[in-house]
Design a protein around this ligand. Structure first.
Ligand code: SF4
Ligand code: SF4
Length: 81
C-alpha cells in the first residue's frame, strides 16, 4: 500500500529528500506521494522515512486506494532499483 499526504501538510519539504524511491514531490498546494513509486519503504528501510521525519502527526497516512502486500511492495522496489 502506498502512503498519502493529507491537507495538514505544512509544506516543510522535510520528507522529499528522505524517500528512497523519489516518490515525493511538491504538488499544487501540498506535497504529494506517487503511489506508483511508494513502497512504504519496503526494500530500503524498516520504518517509513517520510512518516519518521514529518513534524505533523497524522499527516502521512495509508492510501487505502492503493493496497499491496509486503511481497508486492518488495517486488515493486526490486523492479525500480
Ligand atoms: Fe517514500 Fe517510504 Fe514515504 Fe513511501 S513510505 S513515500 S517509499 S519515504
Ligand atoms: Fe508535508 Fe510532512 Fe512532508 Fe513536511 S514532512 S512536506 S509537513 S508531508
Amino acid at each position: 500500500m502506498a502512503m498519502k499526504i493529507v491537507e495538514e501538510c505544512i509544506n516543510c519539504g522535510a520528507c522529499e529528500s528522505e524517500c528512497p524511491n523519489d516518490a515525493i514531490g511538491q504538488g499544487d498546494s501540498i506535497y504529494t506521494i506517487n503511489p506508483e513509486l511508494c513502497t512504504e519503504c519496503v526494500g530500503a528501510y524498516d520504518t517509513m522515512q517520510c512518516v519518521d521525519v514529518c513534524p505533523i502527526d497524522g499527516c502521512i497516512v495509508p492510501d487505502l486506494e492503493h493496497q499491496e502486500s509486503k511481497e508486492e511492495l518488495a517486488a515493486k522496489y526490486a523492479r525500480r532499483h
